[in-house]
Structures are given as structure tokens and as C-alpha cells.
Design a protein around this ligand. Structure first.
Ligand SMILES: C[S@@+](CC[C@H](N)C(=O)[O-])C[C@H]1O[C@@H](n2cnc3c(N)ncnc32)[C@H](O)[C@@H]1O
Length: 292
């Protein structure tokens, strides 16, 4: 298996679910399927399944224009994006120059390539990869950690070039996940399709993402999957009674998991999370997941 590669360090990235979802696809004859990740973020699951050649096609949707622009340019303006990475100094001055991009809400406010670079830049220079956070080391750079400590240009460029080789098997869309999914019914009829929904966290979503969900939005997702035909799906969530209540009467299966468990520490620093699916869910193999 090739080394896992992802150019983003995204909060809530679900890389530890790759093996589990891979096995779920295999158990349900869905290898080679068209895999939807409509809350893309770093698309950690879909991109790794694609690199493992376990899915045929990856369809991403993301509402944040900086992330959308980044993924679009990874696949369709690779050289320009890599050039910008190579020539731009990773400094507080650059961070300040990039700030206006964080205020933009429409694609026509700046060239896509500039939005793409801003998305990557804030992801890799801010605390915890949070786009609206402050830079690592603070504005005054008084910490031993400096703004460029997570920005290994050569490695990021190599990863982007490796991913770009999959450009014919990836579609990237900008917009609302559920609106987008409602446009895809014809494809669900024609192809084996599977959707991995990883919506903004119920409790902490507003602290880590620029777009997050209200209770009504969470309800809308549960209603969408309730009515989804010819589409198999899995959702990952923070484990909260409100969320469980939305799926109680859908016939969906539940499986708890811990995202932050590692073999080395055997310590869990975050709460339990939940998988919900219309497919039978095997137990979560904690040890295996930690080794991935
Ligand atoms: C939990 S994160 C996804 C993390 C991703 N699974 C990964 O591995 O990196 C949720 C993502 O949904 C995006 N988002 C929020 N509201 C959205 C919406 N209405 N439609 C599509 N994406 C949305 C956020 O910007 C965020 O990137």
C-alpha cells in the first residue's frame, strides 16, 4: 500500500476510519464504487481509498470557498499552485497579506489560484489547521514554534503532485452538501454509489469550521438519508443524544468509535464518536484503527 498522503492538516480529519470504511465497502460489494464525500474538508477517507485503488471515482463537495479552491487547483491548476507554494515566504507578513482572502465569500472576489493558496496557507500556518484561527507562534512569534513549522514546502508540493495524478477520477464541487447530493440521483441509478457524510460536529462545529450546522441542518441531513434511494451511506458524528434521536426510527445501524485513540498512549483525549449507516456495521477494531 502506498504511503498515505494529504496536503492538509485538517481538524476532524477522519483518516483513522479509512480501514473501517474500506472493509465496509468490501463486505457490501462496493469496491470500485463512486465514492461521495459531500463534507470534504481534507477528504482524508476518499483520497486514501482512491490511492489504495479501492474506489473508482471520488466526488467531493465543500462549502468553504478556500477549501474548494484548494482542491480544485490541486487537480486542475497543479503547476501554478506548486509554484506559488515554492515562491511565497512563510512569514507573518505573508499571513497578514493573506487575511483579506478569509473575508471573501464568493469565488468572483479573487482568482481561484489565490483563494487556493490562501486555503492551504491558513491551514498549515494556523493553530490546529483551523482556517479562522491565529498563526502558530502568535502574531508576535514569541513561541518556540514558528509560523512555518508545519509548512514543509517540498513535502507539500510532492504530495500535491502525487494526488494530481488522480485528476481524471476526482470531481470537486462547491456548495451545500445536501443541495449537491439532490442533483446526483441519476448517477445513483446508473452506478454503484456510496456516500460518506462527515458533517460539522454537533457540539464544536462552530469553533472549528467557517461553515457549521444548526439543529435544523442536522435534522435536514437525517431526512435526506431517510429518503435516499439507491445510495448506501455512512455518517460520522460526535456522540450526542440529539443526534441519536434523529436516527432512532430510521432502521440505521450505530457503531461507536474513538478518533483519537493511539496504541502508544492508550489514552483517549476526546469523547466518543458515532458511526451511523444503512448498512450493517461491524464492531470498530480499535487496535487495527490505531495502527493505521
Ligand atoms: C467534519 S469536517 C469534514 C472533515 C473530513 N471528513 C476530513 O477527513 O477532513 C466538515 C466539513 O464540512 C464543511 N461544511 C460545513 N457546512 C457544509 C455544507 N452545508 N455543505 C458542505 N460542506 C460543509 C466544513 O467546511 C468542513 O470542512
Amino acid at each position: 500500500m502506498p504511503e498515505t498522503i494529504n496536503p492538509l492538516r485538517y481538524p476532524g480529519a477522519k483518516r483513522s476510519l479509512v480501514g473501517y470504511i474500506d472493509a465496509l465497502l468490501e463486505a457490501n460489494n462496493l469496491l470500485g464504487c463512486t465514492f461521495y464525500e459531500p463534507y470534504a474538508g481534507s477528504a482524508a477517507v476518499g483520497l486514501e481509498l482512491l490511492q489504495r485503488n479501492r474506489i473508482g471515482h471520488l466526488v467531493l463537495c465543500e462549502k468553504d470557498i478556500l477549501l474548494y479552491a484548494f482542491w480544485h487547483c490541486v487537480f486542475h491548476d497543479t503547476e501554478a499552485l506548486c509554484n506559488l507554494i515554492e515562491v511565497t515566504p512563510i512569514t507573518i507578513d505573508t499571513w497578514l497579506q493573506q487575511l483579506p482572502y478569509r473575508e471573501m465569500t464568493q469565488l468572483d472576489q479573487a482568482p481561484l489560484i489565490e483563494l487556493a493558496f490562501a486555503g492551504l496557507f491558513f491551514n498549515r500556518t494556523n493553530f490546529s489547521g483551523i482556517l479562522m484561527a491565529n498563526p502558530i507562534g502568535g502574531i508576535n512569534q514569541t513561541s518556540k514554534y514558528t509560523i512555518d513549522c508545519r509548512f514543509n514546502k517540498a513535502k507539500i508540493v510532492a504530495i500535491i503532485n502525487q494526488l494530481a495524478a488522480f485528476r481524471d477520477r476526482v470531481d470537486v464541487h462547491l456548495g451545500d452538501a445536501l443541495q449537491f447530493m439532490r442533483t446526483q440521483n441519476a448517477r445513483f441509478q446508473q452506478e454503484d454509489c456510496f456516500a460518506y457524510f462527515d458533517p460539522p460536529y454537533y457540539v464544536k462545529g462552530s469553533k472549528i469550521y467557517r461553515h457549521y450546522y444548526t439543529n435544523q441542518d442536522h435534522i435536514a441531513l437525517s431526512q435526506y438519508v431517510r429518503g435516499a434511494h439507491r445510495l448506501d451511506w455512512i455518517i460520522s458524528y460526535d456522540d450526542d443524544p440529539f443526534i441519536c434521536g434523529l436516527y432512532g426510527d430510521t432502521g440505521a445501524r450505530y457503531q461507536p468509535f474513538f478518533l483519537d485513540y493511539t496504541c502508544a498512549s492508550r489514552v483517549r483525549t476526546q469523547g466518543q464518536e458515532l458511526l451511523i449507516s444503512n448498512l450493517p456495521l461491524p464492531p470498530f477494531p480499535v487496535a487495527n484503527a490505531a495502527q493505521m
